[in-house]
Design a protein around this ligand. Structure first.
Ligand SMILES: Cc1cc2nc3c(=O)[nH]c(=O)nc-3n(C[C@H](O)[C@H](O)[C@H](O)COP(=O)(O)O)c2cc1C
Length: 331
């Protein structure tokens, strides 16, 4: 079983953090299909230190949303200490540090993937974190800055020296962003160099690709990001696939619409009707990816109330079977 510090993770399939997506409803839906550990989206240490209302809401969790990691983004030790102090008042199991976000405004402030060019500074920040929390600290890195600076192994060893309990590595460089091929070799090299658990990320889009990450890198776990959008079944299907090589089941429309309704209701309960429905619009599109339902998607993007959205989900369910077919993972 995967252990990160003292945290036992019952499945090595982990829900990766995604900004603007990884809220409590999203995490609960994915947990119901078997993800073993989830994270909040990245949370700016500065915004936390200012106790911004929207940022504090990102810390919300429930007893069935465990084990749970909070991911912090920052570049300066004092702000990080203040952020740690605030999160210590909440029930998290792991503190993760983001050294992977490629967004220009993050990187230019010496944060996120910007730290990949400053491994010594990253090591110092991680040490500060380890010394200022009783929880296990993990870090998320990328393979490197660009194809002239593939330094994940050095970065990872420095992180381990700083005392982190686990390392997440997205096998793409900062410059690649979310495009291009995933470098399985660098993930394997990092895994072989470290004693702590290494969790691989990058193109975990289908059970077959998740298996490939395990097989080609020897990683201890896989973080699923875009592959879970509108496809929480990926966790259940992957367990099946890893066990017996089965081709994943295509979820049936009744299960899809039941899950959509549950997700919508969780959204409304958590965000309120207006914002909850607004957030759900993009999920409508993800849940129906690959289906022949363009008209419904367009209407879902205009829906403003729970009832309107529920009616669209009912219409989706009532469509002839051929419209529902070919629901596949994200490409
Ligand atoms: C919309 C979006 C938001 C993301 N936000 C975060 C984030 O807040 N923190 C983080 O560490 N990674 C973030 N990521 C990166 C993912 O966690 C993951 O490492 C990356 O998407 C590669 O996995 P995939 O190719 O399987 O999607 C984000 C990715 C996407 C697509």
């Amino acid at each position: 079983m995967l252990s990160i510090g003292n945290v036992k993770v019952t499945s090595p399939l982990i829900l990766a953090p995604m900004a603007g997506i990884s809220d409590l409803p999203y995490r609960l839906i994915n947990r119901s299909f078997g993800c073993g550990l989830a994270f909040t989206e990245m949370i700016s240490a500065i915004a936390l230190a200012h106790k911004s209302k929207n940022t504090l809401k990102m810390l919300s969790a429930t007893a069935d949303d465990r084990p749970l990691g909070v991911q912090l983004l920052g570049g300066d030790p004092e702000t990080i200490k203040r952020a740690l102090d605030i999160v210590s008042g909440y029930s998290f199991d792991i503190i993760d540090f983001n050294a992977a976000c490629p967004a220009s405004k993050v990187v230019s402030g010496g944060k996120g993937a910007g730290l990949l060019r400053e491994p010594v500074k990253l090591q110092k920040l991680l040490k500060v974190m380890v010394e200022n929390t009783s929880l296990p600290v993990t870090v998320k890195i990328r393979s490197g800055w660009d194809d002239t600076l593939i330094n994940a192994e050095e970065t990872a060893l420095r992180a381990q020296d700083a005392g982190v309990s686990g390392l997440f590595i997205h096998g793409r460089t900062k410059t690649q962003g979310y495009r291009g091929t995933v470098d399985y070799n660098i993930i394997r090299e990092v895994k072989e160099a470290l004693k702590i658990p290494v969790i691989a990320s990058g193109d975990a889009l289908t059970p077959e690709l998740i298996r490939k990450l395990f097989d080609e890198t020897g990683c201890d776990g896989v973080a699923v990001a875009r592959g879970a959008l509108g496809n929480p079944w990926i966790f259940r299907d992957t367990v099946e696939h890893l066990k017996c090589g089965a081709v994943p089941s295509i979820s049936n429309i009744n299960e899809t619409t039941r899950t959509m309704k549950e997700h919508l209701d969780l959204n409304v309960a958590f965000h309120g009707e207006k914002i909850g429905v607004l957030h759900f619009r993009k999920f409508f599109s993800w849940y129906t990816r690959g289906m022949t339902v363009k008209g419904l998607k367009v209407r879902a993007f205009r829906a403003g109330t729970r009832d309107e959205m529920l009616r669209l989900i009912d219409e989706l369910q009532a469509l002839p079977d051929e419209c529902h077919s070919e629901q596949v993972g994200m490409t």
